[in-house]
Design a protein around this ligand. Structure first.
Ligand SMILES: [Zn+2]
Ligand SMILES: [Zn+2]
Length: 405
């Protein structure tokens, strides 16, 4: 992309997306245009400062000329007008109205749309530029999963119901095709719209027999306390009075001792060194030492989103190539709610906090975030007991549920 830090680039992209009917994506690009245009104005108030938050694309030793400031103000107005139009395009009338009233807000919106109240909507579909690997579960993923299941009486395969039983009959005839290998014609999920991927037992199972234990590194608790393990989420044992080797202090995060500019330590605590290193190797290294206290108030699925994004930044991978995300059931043709805060602003704030250049790094473009959120929502399982709402994204659930594309 040429000139990724110029608001005009994003204004043009917004118009192109609107013309092609990608209205939900146009909102994201218009938001970026506003963010860039506002950053130019903010520089005019702070001589010698970087333009943009963490973007570092221009340093001025003197302030902008009155003519340049005037031009920047016009850009802000144009970008805000376009963002309002984009929000109206997807029926986000309350967001559009709120923008109209508050042009100078640091954060563009302050409220969260709750489902259909105040939110617009769109239908999730395949974007034509998506790779097959990102559209559905690839044969490499299926081969890898079956390799991991080798020691269990389980296997992933395609199921098909060739004939529908007569009304009132329970005699469903199901054929299962175990072969997901590359050599078999039409063995990818993408090319088998007639069949459904699932996890099947390869032999009879005794009552009470454990056949599969699925672990996940992607889980979150609505309210994470100091007494919860920050990785496996179990209640931590009470520390002993003497402060022995096994007390809570011995498994505090050993990364950055203090958050920048504060005397506060990283608050992550773990039940074991196993959890400590698992969290560090997964996503905590990139988050440690950064102030994510604001993330405590996130909805549970957004906490999962943050964790997945942190993993991707830490490991330098595309979000749809995240090892768990590649196994999740995609679902297209469904109605999804959209709001400026939930769909655009909040994920972008996460990425900025994680140090991602949202204008250059196309791995985190709006369509990727939209697809990622949809996949998390479609595969999230959780429980809510004693006000301890928790949820996880687990690959075994994605094989067991019947919502496959
Ligand atoms: Zn733990
Ligand atoms: Zn830490």
């Amino acid at each position: 992309m040429k000139l990724p830090y110029h608001p005009r680039t994003w204004l043009d992209r917004t118009e192109a997306l609107r013309q092609r009917g990608y209205l939900e994506l146009a909102v994201g690009d218009a938001y970026k245009a506003v963010k860039l245009a506002k950053s130019i104005l903010s520089v005019s108030r702070r001589h010698g400062a970087n333009i943009g938050y963490g973007m570092g694309f221009c340093i001025l030793s003197q302030g902008l000329s009155p003519r340049a400031i005037n031009h920047a103000q016009e850009l802000v107005k144009e970008a805000l007008d376009l963002l309002r139009q984009c929000l109206v395009d997807v029926d986000c009338y309350s967001d559009a109205h709120q923008l109209l009233q508050s042009d100078d807000m640091e954060r563009l919106t302050t409220h969260r749309a709750c489902q259909d109240a105040g939110a617009g909507s769109y239908v999730l579909r395949r974007y034509y530029w998506m790779d097959n690997e990102h559209f559905s579960r690839s044969k490499d993923v299926l081969t890898q999963v079956n390799e991991e299941l080798r020691s269990t009486p389980c296997k992933v395969g395609f199921s098909k119901i060739p004939t529908t039983p007569e009304a009132g009959s329970n005699n469903w005839e199901v054929s299962i095709d175990w072969d997901t290998s590359e050599s078999v014609h039409g063995s990818t999920e993408n090319s088998r719209p007639d069949a459904m991927l699932g996890l099947f037992a390869t032999r009879d199972i005794r009552e009470g027999e454990t056949i599969l234990v699925d672990k996940t590194d992607v889980s979150a608790k609505r309210v994470l306390c100091d007494t919860d393990c920050h990785h496996c989420l179990i209640d931590l044992p009470k520390p002993s009075a003497e402060g022995s080797e096994n007390s809570l202090d011995s498994i505090l995060c050993s990364g950055s001792p203090y958050l920048p500019g504060t005397r506060r330590r990283c608050s992550a605590v773990y039940c074991s060194t196993t959890c400590q290193s698992a969290a560090r190797d997964s996503h905590h290294s990139i988050m440690c030492g950064k102030d994510f206290t604001w993330a405590q108030g996130l909805m549970i699925s957004d906490k999962i989103l943050l964790q997945v994004l942190a993993y991707c930044v830490q490991h330098g991978c595309h979000p749809l190539d995240h090892p768990t995300v590649t196994r999740l059931t995609p679902q297209y043709g469904v109605k999804r709610y959209v709001s400026l805060f939930d769909t655009i602003e909040e994920p972008i704030e996460m990425l900025l906090e994680l140090g991602v250049d949202i204008f250059v790094d196309q791995r985190f473009d709006t369509w990727v975030l939209i697809m990622l959120k949809a996949r998390i929502d479609n595969n999230k399982w959780g429980k809510n007991t004693n006000d301890k709402e928790m949820a996880a994204v687990r690959s075994d659930n994605s094989w067991l549920q019947n919502l496959a594309y």
